[in-house]
Design a protein around this ligand. Structure first.
Ligand SMILES: [Zn+2]
Length: 97
């Protein structure tokens, strides 16, 4: 369903389209200054779901009734993209330290 490739760079190319931050290689910056809860905004297919989450500060990892998790279960978000999300989320959390 998703035309996105599986290499990290193509994921980021797609993820950064229209993203609030405009850096060609966000990974190189370690996502410095990016709040973990902003990471989902980098994924175009997650963006419309964020507002549907019951929690405003949802990280879409373990929260009950999370709209992103539900989309993942329904196959609207691919596991591959979700894995990329978790990876970036981990980077952002490290960047806060
Ligand atoms: Zn969520």
């Amino acid at each position: 369903m998703s035309p996105f490739g599986d290499s990290p760079s193509s994921v980021l190319d797609c993820a950064s389209r229209g993203a609030p931050i405009d850096t060609p290689g966000i990974r190189n910056f370690g996502l410095f200054g990016t709040e973990p809860r902003e990471i989902a905004h980098l994924f175009v297919e997650m963006r419309p779901l964020i507002s549907q989450c019951p929690f405003q500060d949802c990280l879409h990892t373990h929260e009950p009734r999370c709209a992103v998790k539900q989309a993942l279960e329904q196959g609207d978000i691919t596991q591959q993209r979700y894995d990329s999300y978790l990876e970036l989320l981990g980077d952002a959390e490290k960047g806060r330290l």
